[in-house]
Design a protein around this ligand. Structure first.
Ligand code: CP
Length: 323
């Protein structure tokens, strides 16, 4: 069965505004499952899902696993060090061997941009991109959108500035696509060396000074420096970076009380964000994490063929299992 999202979720760039809203709306009834004493509904009973994480992850990997388990799917976790990937097995061979054991979905994180699409085009199982190189991290952007909508009541017309290492960030790309599709205004701010050349063509505003970005924005999404993707020479030092681009309490002093501060994690406290901001009144960072489980439940449910309008009924059990 082809779902309302198609076979796979590779990137936000591929989705329509309607599909994005459908995921956000489907996540709403699923939020409540995680607040129950017994956090389990039979929606994906009988489905087998492989979480293939070939790059480190805390939030995304655990959030997918919770989402799968709370929907009663059977899950298997594979990471690079514990698998035959270290012996030189290719991604496709790994996936084909998993398919030979009759799986339904693969959630993949990979260090190479394009890995999720490459896999999606070669196996019949549903593929969900949990972050591929500097390309996309669609479920992160979806949970960011849900968190912004929860707090602000809307996305359309909001001014959202993404601050930090835009060049190496799959989170930035997915957020830019999603926010623009939902008619937000998007700004980016960071050192010249960490902004993709010509990024304005995407329809975003570029800020050189973090103070200007903060003054303009309703929402800040603060990103970590992706040191693991940098060869060298992008910034003089972490101390310099913090001095010019760090989001600090001093810089937020004149910001309105309802300015939101998001961060996808992992945070480098004292570099891109100060602890007092990360743990302060503007921060919705842990709300993002909570919403991540509901968003991943929604994506799993929809890709498995669940109908958005039946999500509320589905979680009550009985007839709610997806075909
Ligand atoms: N936001 C995010 O992708 O975090 P992890 O790398 O811990 O999954």
């Amino acid at each position: 069965m082809v779902s309302s999202l198609g076979k796979d979720l590779v990137g936000i760039e591929d989705l329509t505004a309607q599909q994005i809203l459908s995921i956000l709306n489907t996540a709403e009834p699923f939020k409540e499952i995680s607040e129950r004493r017994i956090k389990k509904v039979p929606v994906l009973r009988g489905k087998t899902i492989v979480n293939l994480f070939l790059e480190p992850s805390t939030r995304t990997r655990i959030s997918f696993e919770f989402a799968e388990k709370r929907l009663s799917a059977d899950t298997v976790n594979i990471n690079a060090t514990g698998s035959s990937v270290v012996k030189g097995e290719t991604l496709v061979d790994t996936a084909r061997n998993l398919e030979a054991m009759r799986i339904d979905m693969v959630v993949i994180r990979h260090g190479s941009s394009g890995a999720a699409r490459f896999l999606a085009e070669r196996i019949p199982s549903n593929v969900i991109n949990a972050g591929d190189g500097a390309h996309e991290h669609p479920t992160q952007a979806l949970l960011d959108l849900l968190t912004i909508r929860d707090q602000k009541g809307k996305i359309e017309g909001l001014k959202v500035c993404i601050i930090g290492d835009i060049l190496h960030s799959r989170v930035a790309r997915s957020n830019i696509f999603g926010l623009l599709k939902l008619d937000a205004e998007v700004g980016v701010c960071g050192p010249m060396t960490l902004l993709p050349q010509g990024i304005e063509v995407l329809g975003v505003k570029v800020f050189r000074r973090v103070e200007e970005a903060i003054e303009w924005a309703d929402v800040l999404n603060v990103l970590r420096l992706q040191l693991e993707r940098m060869k060298s020479g992008f910034i003089p030092s972490l101390r310099e970076y913090n001095r010019f681009y760090g989001v600090s309490t001093a810089r937020l002093e004149r910001a309105p009380r309802d300015l939101l501060v998001l961060h996808p994690g992992p945070m480098n406290r004292g570099v891109e964000i100060d602890s007092a901001v990360a743990d302060g009144p503007h921060s919705v960072i842990l709300k993002q994490v909570t919403n991540g489980v509901a968003i991943r439940m929604a994506v799993l449910y929809l890709l498995a063929g669940g109908a958005p309008e039946l999500a509320e009924a589905a979680k009550q059990g009985g007839e709610g299992e997806v075909p």
